[in-house]
Ligand binder design. Sequence first.
Ligand code: ACO
Length: 443
Amino acid sequence: MAKDTLSVTDNRTGKHYEIPIEEGGVIRATALRQIKAADDDFGLMSYDPAFTNTASCRSRITYIDGDKGILRYRGYPIEELAEKSNYLETAYLIVKGELPDRGHYDRWENNIKIHTMVHENIKKFMEGYRYDAHPMGMLVGTVGALSTFYPDAKDIHNLESRRLQTRRLIGKIPTLAAFAYRHTKGLPYVYPDNELSYTGNLLSMLFKMTELRYKPNPVLERALEVLFILHADHEQNCSTNAMRSVGSSQPDPYATAAAAIAALYGPLHGGANEAAIRMLMDIGSVAAIPDMIKKVKNGDRRLMGFGHRVYKNYDPRAKILKEMAAQVFEVTGRNPLIDIAIELERIALQDDYFISHKLYPNVDFYSGIIYQAMGFPMDMFPVLFAIPRTSGWMAQWAEMVRDPEQKIARPRQVYIGEQLRRYSPLQSRPKPTQREDAVSEAI
Ligand code: ACO
């Protein structure tokens, strides 16, 4: 009869081991430790740089089937949420596990909105940033600084404290993002308008000028809701892994979220939408696409906004955004980069290199084009990603904190450096050798 075990024979010793297979296809890495060549041996380890085949947690939040192009939050398909939900309702679902009823939704919305203001000292703190500071750098610093404003947040094992910090951060992050934007423009900061929706208020804090009341365009307000729903969580991506890993040493969630934002900043993650737009601008015209494709195939360039660690099929979020772009352009006017993007996608998806590498557009391929059409400068794109991802980070962090199996994240290494050497005084060390060249290349 079939057994849920893996039989392993260690050919060094001839010993046989039975390793349990859990959850339909998972072995515990620590099960390898019993496999030893000698009694004083450490035991076998798995080596997995960049965690390409290692599950770091058991999670109930987001499900992805990368081969089929499926994304679900708490079981709900992303397509249904993007069509029918709004960001705050989706954030509730992600954080709490269920869709709210009317009463719970109203309370949640109110509880987030009462936290949209920030301490006046935060404003002064932000004024200290250089005039040309990148807003994502400002966000890393300012979210980290919230840690000093809310010392009660250290009480991470207290459910009520976790709830409060979650509402606070989801409430405040649009305000911090908007202040960062206004800072780069030299414009006065706009205070939150809690009569508006979550995204309407963000648009107001970003774009309000001298009018008494900012009236968000409903199409753009809804487009932002959809973009935020699509970006709310994505299981164990780089920034979520940072959130869990940093959070595992138990600092407060603001210091932890600052680390996640820093991880999101990079061009291979949340910075990819900015990089994708720069690439499309660089290509410049539909006629120049074949040349770009050639460079990518030669390994000289990467198609930004293409490829994904998990999706080996069309990213379902990119599909939704490609369709939504047309609605946005009806209000904003057409972003000419869309023609280059669509043609680039068409050519790439017929090309053997992209087919064999399973490279498809990811969410960042179209989000930047929409953000640009809506009037956002490119360096705000990753900030617009960080705002909705906050609900995902907080949900993943809380799940980690509650999980009795989790401990401080501390990977092992395979040491490949020098064996024991003895120190010699500076004056008696040999003259520069080849080894010193290696030293100068070390950093
Ligand atoms: N353009 C061209 N070739 C690519 C691309 C790309 N965008 N992405 C991967 N490849 C190729 C690699 O050259 C490699 O080819 P090889 O096996 O012949 O050497 C192969 O595909 C595998 O690439 P890896 O880098 O090993 O794949 P990995 O899973 O580590 O990377 C990543 C995933 C980082 C997203 C990568 O596809 C990439 O750099 N894409 C561009 C940046 C981007 O769009 N990032 C956004 C990701 S989505 C998000 O964060 C929301």
